[in-house]
Ligand binder design. Structure first.
Ligand SMILES: N[C@@H](Cc1c[nH]c[nH+]1)C(=O)O
Length: 378
């Protein structure tokens, strides 16, 4: 597969925003279609939320979501602040708890579209990305996690992705332990999180006795089974035991060709996920190409509805050539037989009809030309 040229437009477009040209634009649509078809086959119905909405509905819908990284505009019509969506999960949550509040649970919804964030980072310089995903609303059970993880894997495999790694995490682990068996003060929670992120054992121990109890969590990371044994050895009762059993049940049906890892305290990108989270990596790609987990949607009356879902960010795959198919293109000279051309299109050929004498079919990307009723290869 050939790498695409860099996507910048040298000053014509704002930093982090770019055009998709042929053939990647078509490849992008084809890849999204493949993922959506897999989701539809598992009963996920598509929704299309708008590109922008009121800022407060965009951030208020998911428990613990924050208003960071939003590209905002003041709407002269409503005089209110709108935000361009940075993520479609909150929008799907809004739909599920408003217009589809009466729909049967569990409710399965899918989506595909661009999302925008305020700032790019070094790893991902683009500010607009394609997001394709699924949300399972009404439960955050282990069974729901099993379905979501496996549908995500199937969707990527249908798109031709191999060398998939799933990295499990327990996003609310520190909060849960700090509120129970391994108490920490508010200040300590933040410091413990920072040192666990940095995987700095020395600094963690230096924080004091309470924080030092979290040390084994640094060790409990890496290949899934070995890391799980270390997590189990922590043995701090109920909260952890149910999560460990959950993770084992989720891992069980995953195919041998998928690499499983565990990083129980990983929280990068997990802003609102609760008991379960996972990142998806593919061999040869830097950074995650997808992410998912459990979360809670806040209903208009303040009560909460559990949910589970995942989102894929396929742009790096498209840049690498996934979704491309070599077109069979035939050049139709002036005066060709229109019926025969229609027949060729019905057979899957793309046709390029000459508009004037002397056009060069090969230069226009054709692999064949039609002459005297027969096809010849260039
Ligand atoms: N939308 C989340 C992933 C997710 C979907 N559902 C639950 N979590 C993200 O992109 O980070």
């Amino acid at each position: 597969m050939t790498a695409a040229p860099p996507r910048g437009a040298q000053g014509l477009l704002p930093e982090g925003l770019s055009d998709r040209l042929p053939p990647q634009a078509e490849a992008s649509a084809r890849l999204a279609r493949k993922v959506l078809d897999t989701l539809a086959a598992h009963g996920y119905d598509r929704v299309m939320p708008p590109l922008a909405e009121f800022e407060e509905t965009l951030i208020g819908r998911l428990k613990s979501a924050r208003a960071q990284d939003l590209l905002r505009v003041v709407d002269p019509v409503s005089q209110r602040t709108l935000a361009i969506r940075p993520d479609m999960t909150a929008q799907v949550g809004r739909i599920a708890t408003s217009r589809l509040a009466g729909a049967q649970r569990p409710l399965r919804l899918s989506y595909s579209g661009p999302v925008v964030r305020l700032r790019a980072n070094q790893l991902r310089p683009e500010r607009e990305r394609l997001q394709v995903g699924a949300e399972l609303i009404g439960t955050d059970s282990v069974a729901a996690a099993v379905e979501i993880v496996n549908v995500a894997i199937e969707a990527l495999q249908a798109a031709g992705v191999t060398g998939i790694t799933i990295d499990f995490t327990l996003p609310d682990l520190i909060d849960t332990l700090a509120a129970g068996p391994l108490p920490l003060s508010e200040d300590e929670i933040e410091s413990v999180r920072a040192e666990l992120d940095a995987k700095d054992a020395g600094a963690l121990v230096a924080l004091g006795e309470g924080p030092a109890a979290y040390l084994p969590l640094i060790e409990a990371a890496g290949p899934f089974h070995a890391a799980m044994e270390k997590l189990e050895a922590l043995d701090i009762g109920g909260a952890l035991a149910s999560r460990i059993a959950g993770l084992r049940a989720i891992a069980k049906p995953i195919g041998w060709d998928i690499t499983l890892t565990l990083d129980p305290t990983e929280r990068h990108g997990f802003e609102y996920q609760l008991w379960f989270g996972f990142s998806i990596f593919a061999e040869g790609f830097v950074g995650e190409i997808g992410r998912g987990g459990s979360y809670a949607i806040v209903r208009p009356d303040g009560s909460e509805e559990p949910a589970m879902g995942f989102s894929l960010y396929p742009d790096p795959l498209i840049d690498a050539g996934f979704g491309r198919v070599e077109a069979r293109r035939v050049f139709l000279p002036i005066g060709h037989d229109g019926e025969q051309a229609a027949k060729l299109r019905a057979e899957g050929w793309q046709t390029i009809a000459a508009l004037s004498e002397g056009e060069d079919g090969a230069a226009l990307g054709c692999t064949h030309w039609l002459e005297g009723g027969a096809l010849s290869a260039y």
